[in-house]
Write a protein that binds this ligand. Sequence first.
Ligand SMILES: Nc1ncnc2c1ncn2[C@@H]1O[C@H](COP(=O)(O)OP(=O)(O)OP(=O)(O)O)[C@@H](O)[C@H]1O
Ligand SMILES: [Mg+2]
Length: 251
Amino acid sequence: MTQQIPPIISISSGKGGVGKTTFSVNLATALSDRGQKILLIDGDLGLGNVDVLLGLQVSHTLQETVEEGRDPQDLLVEVDPRFFVLPASSGVPEMAALSQEEQAFLTAVLGDIIGNFDLVLIDTAAGIGDAVLWFNQWATENIIILTPDPTSLTDAYALMKVMANHYDKKKFQLVVNNVKSKKEALETFTILAAVMEKFIEVKPSYLGPIPQDSNVVKAIRSQRPFLVTTPNCRAGKAVRTLAEQIEKSCK
Ligand SMILES: Nc1ncnc2c1ncn2[C@@H]1O[C@H](COP(=O)(O)OP(=O)(O)OP(=O)(O)O)[C@@H](O)[C@H]1O
Ligand SMILES: [Mg+2]
């Protein structure tokens, strides 16, 4: 029986430390709360930490799939019946670069398991290394997360420029994280969108903002999503709104 391929959503940023992993685990929580069966792939193959943010016990990682051919089905960790994680290893520098053979292998083995899910999310590494580019080209939807920090803006631009020029990706959905106001987020988006339209002729869409919220940091320290620890905090409400929009845009 052929299974339908679900939407595959990559979450990238260019710059490190802007909130990709925090957003990914909370978006996965929000979407599974909405009734979707979610697979969250830890695509940060060198420094994976989805498992840390969810307080998971992990015995096998994607590294064993790529290097030893382990069936990814064995790696799946259940967070709840509608939320599964495919964990990555941490501290394995060679995994950040993916050979052509490894890329082909990943396409085949991941293709085999994603049909069991309604939506697939990928938390990628920072930068524009092989694995980041591979996950972005494999994905059917590309979310880029940035903050109002100018270096975050230039790194997000650099990543989208490479994806547009070398992989013919022209559709990006932008999330502006860690903002003091909706106005600050919209201004950040507007600046980046103008640069993109002028220099790479790509018009990104605006998914929305996530406010700076001390509950985010508290939740990280307790190794749980803020949508579990303080579901009605400002960041929680924002991620629920984004989840609803993402669900609609994938239909
Ligand atoms: N909305 C927010 N409010 C307050 N702090 C935030 C928010 N989002 C992220 N942070 C802070 O940013 C830090 C980095 O977040 P996170 O680990 O999710 O980033 P990342 O982009 O995945 O990093 P890396 O590039 O290293 O993978 C968090 O530990 C937290 O302190
Ligand atoms: Mg991360």
